[in-house]
Design a protein around this ligand. Structure first.
Ligand code: ZN
Length: 469
């Protein structure tokens, strides 16, 4: 019996037809043949997360898609989750981690998702290459472990020696329900920001001037702000809520850790980026110093946004403009931090790097006018000519080349008596107060090595050894 003849495949109007020979009928028939489709991208899981925290009703909880492989835990190659009696948390049959808010499973999934989104955000800015945790040197691939309910206290921290982010919970005086710090996108992003910065600048957390400590604390807060500004729905909600005014006092973008703040009686978050603090007002108190830097960057974002919103009013939705403007400013800031000194960096070091990078990127001169103005106003740098256009409302927001004085790319640091003082970290987040970053051998701390309990107690142990002879 001869093999049935097959006619060549023909293509008509993008549908494939194939003519096959039916031997029993003794005839050939043309039938449609399904077009092969490329396999869909299968990796990725959906998570339910608080977009801000449980007290911020709009945007509330929403589903978020993380387009990478996530295993039971949840964990992946960079991040693990640990909650005794709950983890590993298992996804559903579609590999989605969707749980009811308030459950331990939800807290695990939420904390993992926000840490993952934060790390991914920074990696995308740098072109997608993996960013190391501080201990990822010499081939070490250990991940960062997230503890969503690490214990009872009003605290959260990043620990290099424990390779961990720990989020605690507490019941405010007079309240019936606890506040879980892991449920705040701002707090989780802030602590993850410490871990990210410690990976690229290991010499900053354990030493330096008060401003070096301020940069670490500010990076945490700015990480939370830029994470919100990188998410389409948050940007849309922010613009709708504020009508595009980033200085609106009710705007959740500038208010950080709202639920934690309200437990302490603070109506606009634990901290607020929309502040007017100057360096002469904050001494050597690192938490307040950080707000000077955070505030200057936030105001610069608001200025650039105002300019671009006007310039692109006819062609782009204002929410899309904010998304783009924030991403560009964040990249300039991250590149500036990377280029700043490995030890003892100051605000002026970072501002000057930002001016240079902005210029090299071909950004309009008015961007640098904003930067110079905001950081001069806050007494971070000194301008050779008085900068008054901003305070007098004379900046021409429709002129991309608007300058006050020259387009300087390097400015002198404004000197303050507290510059050489030791860091006062007493009002910082849990990370900055950990003994591992303030005690033991300063050289070992600044080298980026992990400080053990024995290192921290080495002085006392030496004394005891002498006493116990
Ligand atoms: Zn912090």
């Amino acid at each position: 019996m001869s093999t049935p003849a097959r006619a060549p495949i023909s293509e008509q109007h993008a549908i494939l037809y194939e003519t096959v020979y039916l031997p029993l009928r003794g005839e050939a028939r043309t039938i449609p043949r399904p077009i092969p489709r490329p396999l869909p991208f299968r990796a990725g899981s959906r998570f339910l997360i608080w977009k801000q925290d449980p007290t911020v009703a709009d945007p509330g909880v929403r589903m978020s898609f993380i387009p990478s492989l996530i295993l039971d835990g949840p964990h992946d190659s960079r991040i693990a989750t640990d909650l005794s009696g709950t983890t590993p948390v298992h996804p559903n049959i579609n590999r989605d981690f969707l749980f009811a808010p308030g459950t331990p499973e939800f807290d695990c999934a939420h904390s993992f998702a926000v840490v993952r989104e934060t790390l991914t955000m920074y990696q995308r800015i740098l072109g997608g290459a993996p960013m190391p945790w501080a201990w990822n040197t010499g081939g070490n691939t250990d991940c960062l472990t997230v503890f969503p309910r690490a214990g009872v206290t009003a605290n959260a921290f990043y620990s290099r020696s424990q390779k961990a982010l720990k989020f605690f919970y507490f019941t405010p005086t007079g309240a019936s329900l606890p506040v879980y710090t892991c449920r705040s996108l701002d707090i989780v992003a802030h602590e993850c920001g410490h871990a990210v910065l410690d990976g690229i600048k290991p010499g900053w957390l354990g030493g330096g001037t008060p401003q070096t400590g301020g940069l670490h604390e500010a990076f945490g807060d700015l990480t939370a702000i830029f994470l919100a500004c990188s998410q389409l729905d948050q940007v849309e909600a922010a613009i709708a809520l504020s009508k595009g005014n980033l200085h609106d006092k009710n705007l959740f973008l500038s208010a950080l850790a709202e639920q934690f703040g309200s437990a302490l009686g603070l109506p606009h978050g634990l901290r607020n980026a929309d502040n007017d603090l100057k360096l002469s007002q904050v001494g050597n108190e690192v938490h307040a110093i950080s707000q000077v830097f955070t505030g200057a960057i936030y105001d610069t974002l608001a200025d650039i946004y105002q300019f671009e919103k006007n310039a692109q009013a006819a062609t782009k939705d204002p929410a899309r403009v904010l998304l783009e403007v924030a991403a560009r400013l964040q990249k300039v800031l991250l590149d500036a931090l990377l280029a700043a000194p490995a030890m003892g960096a100051t605000f002026a070091d970072v501002v000057n790097k930002m001016l240079n990078i902005s210029n090299a990127n071909g950004e309009p001169p008015i961007y640098r006018t904003f930067l110079r103005n905001q950081f001069t106003l806050r007494e971070v740098v000194v301008s050779p000519v008085p900068l008054t256009a901003m305070r007098e409302g004379r900046i021409n927001m429709s002129d991309p080349n608007f300058l006050e004085g020259k387009d300087l790319l390097s400015m002198e640091a404004c000197r303050h008596p507290a510059d050489r003082a030791p860091q006062d970290r007493s009002k910082c987040c849990g990370t900055m107060q950990l003994p591992e970053y303030t005690m033991g051998d300063p050289k070992k701390r600044e080298s980026g090595a992990s400080i053990t309990d024995e290192d921290i107690m080495s002085g006392e142990l030496l004394e005891l050894a002498g006493a116990f002879k």
